[in-house]
Design a binder for this molecule. Sequence first.
Ligand SMILES: [Zn+2]
Ligand SMILES: [Zn+2]
Length: 365
Amino acid sequence: MAPSGSRSIKRGCQRVLYWIPVLFIAVIVAWSYYAYVLQLCIESIEDTGEKVVYLLAYHVIFLMFVWAYWQTIFTKPMNPLKEFHLSHSDKELLESENRGESQQEILRRIAKDLPIYTRTNSGAIRYCDRCQLLKPDRCHHCSVCDKCILKMDHHCPWVNNCVGFSNYKYFMLFLAYSLLYCLFVTATDLQYFIKFWTKGLPDTQAKFHILFLFFSASMFSVSLASLFIYHCWLVCKNRSTLEAVRAPVFRHGTDKNGFSLGVSKNFRQVFGDEAKYWPVPVFSSLGDGCSFPTCLVNMDPESPTSSNSASKSSAEGRHQFPSKPLRESQSRLLTSTPSWAENESAADKERKGANNPGMTIENEA
Ligand SMILES: [Zn+2]
Ligand SMILES: [Zn+2]
């Protein structure tokens, strides 16, 4: 009783401590609102036109930023569907076996009916002991959340949440709007920051808010810009932060471009088909988070380019995947919908060919 009681108290304390970074950000944002709206715009800016334009633009950006931040924090990460969990009988069977190879045999049998294409480094089926499930592709167990998270990107202390399939779009928008927020504050505060040093500001406490507003906004701009650029690159490459550190392993081996479908489709996988939803923090990502199309797995034997690479593959005899039924989400990404087909240029198609992991491997070999 005592050990489990102290463990739950420890976990409770940890849970409270995890909110400190979020609270820190919230305090800074609240102060920046006070400093910008009251001290800069209302107290210091004399020109009414300038005041109104600044306040209007500021509030639009502020609202989008807070909305995206809220969504990133409070959207629950998605966990694997029921079909990836082991049934009661399978669990018992797995526990009764103590040899790794026989356990793998059981897991392989279960995985046969699931859209799982990635493996561990040693080629074994990815299994989570703690959640007792077969990990879907791109799913990882988060030690902080103590759960398997679909398309886990990373556990972010600044939002006290796992960034994954369910909130990656929100996280991207949070980075974009917070960067825009900082850049806007820096740019509009600049002339008053200069006035501070040229003694052009009245001697009130507002001048210190203006000074610190400029310092903090410009410093945050630099760090946010680097993080945002990095994540834009990840979206274009269709990689999670974890996959950028360690490339996913497929049956044919490690392949860092395994999930890439070309820049346009990679972007749409995160932001969705409809452009009107791209800048809005509402869910519009494609797919179910459990299965992801890969160029290799779902090569269409009818298409001339893929049949070419498919025959090359079979000749080498090591890029073969079992054909498994495609989910609707996968098919939507792979078979170009009319709107995509129209937009897809020849160059785009060529790039897609270059991104075909099968081809990449053959070129490397
Ligand atoms: Zn797990
Ligand atoms: Zn987590």
